[in-house]
Design a protein around this ligand. Structure first.
Ligand SMILES: [Zn+2]
Length: 227
C-alpha cells in the first residue's frame, strides 16, 4: 500500500513538471521549461516504488491460477496481506485463511514473501520455507470444498508435490521436500498439543482411510513399504 502511494506520488510530481511546461502555473503568466534531471528522478522513483506492488500483483495472479487448478476448477483468488492488512485482519494470528464460499485466500504479511523466496530458489530452501508452500496447498484445499482441518491438511499433504511443481519447482526437489515435510513435520504433530492435533490424523497415511490414492501423491514412494 505504501509503495503504491509512493509510486502515485512520484508519478504525480512527474506529470506536474510536464504540465508546468505547457500550462502556466497559478499566479504565473508564462510556462517554464521542464527541468530534466528532476523529471528523470521522479520517473525513476515512481518506477522503483511501483516495482514491489507489481511483483506482488503478478504473484497473486499466479497463485490464484494455480490454486484454482489445485481446487479442481473452483475459482480461487489469492491476496497477499500488507502489514496494515494483517493488523486489520480478524484472523491475524493465522498464517493464512480461506473462504470456501467465495474462494478468497489470504496470506498474512510475510508468507507471500516466504513463498516467493521458496519458488525462486527451492533447492536452497530450509525446511521452514516449505511450510509456505504447504500453506498454499492447504488453503487451496479449503477452496476445493473441505472445511474439516484434519481432512484439509491431509488432502494438502498428498498434493504438496503437485502444488510445488505447478509453481515451477523441479520434480525431484518437490518430491524430496514434500515427503520430508510429511514424515517429519506432519508426523511430529501426534505428540504435540491439541492445536496441532486438530491438523493431524493417524488415518492420513498410505493405505489408510484418508488416502486418496493420487497418481502423483506425495507419499507415492511409501506404498512399496506398505506392500
Ligand atoms: Zn485450514
Amino acid at each position: 500500500m505504501l509503495w503504491t502511494l509512493a509510486a502515485l506520488f512520484f508519478g504525480w510530481l512527474a506529470l506536474r513538471e510536464i504540465r508546468a511546461s505547457r500550462v502556466p502555473r497559478r499566479g504565473y503568466s508564462q510556462t517554464r521549461p521542464v527541468y530534466k534531471p528532476y523529471l528523470f528522478l521522479c520517473i525513476v522513483l515512481s518506477a522503483l516504488s511501483a516495482w514491489q506492488p507489481i511483483q506482488y500483483w503478478r504473484f497473486e495472479r499466479l497463485l490464484s491460477s494455480k490454486a484454482t487448478q489445485l481446487a479442481d476448477g473452483r475459482v480461487a483468488d489469492v491476496h497477499c496481506n500488507s502489514v496494515f492488512d494483517t493488523m486489520m485482519d480478524s484472523e491475524q494470528f493465522a498464517a493464512g485463511h480461506a473462504n470456501i464460499d467465495t474462494g478468497h485466500i489470504v496470506f498474512q504479511h510475510g508468507w507471500c514473501a516466504s513463498l516467493m523466496d521458496y519458488v525462486a530458489a527451492p533447492q536452497r530452501a530450509r525446511p521452514e520455507a516449505f511450510f509456505a508452500l504447504h500453506l498454499f496447498t492447504h488453503e487451496s484445499m479449503h477452496v476445493r470444498g473441505e472445511r474439516n482441518e484434519a481432512q484439509t491438511e491431509c488432502q494438502a499433504i498428498q498434493r504438496d508435490v503437485r502444488a510445488a511443481m505447478l509453481l515451477g519447482v523441479p520434480e525431484a526437489v518437490a518430491r524430496k521436500q514434500a515427503l520430508d515435510f510429511y514424515l517429519d513435520s506432519y508426523m511430529s504433530r501426534r505428540e504435540q498439543g491439541w492445536m496441532s492435533a486438530q491438523y493431524f490424523s493417524d488415518q492420513c497415511a498410505p493405505g489408510k482411510a484418508m488416502d486418496e490414492v493420487l497418481s502423483d501423491s506425495t507419499w507415492l514412494p511409501l506404498y512399496q513399504q506398505v506392500d
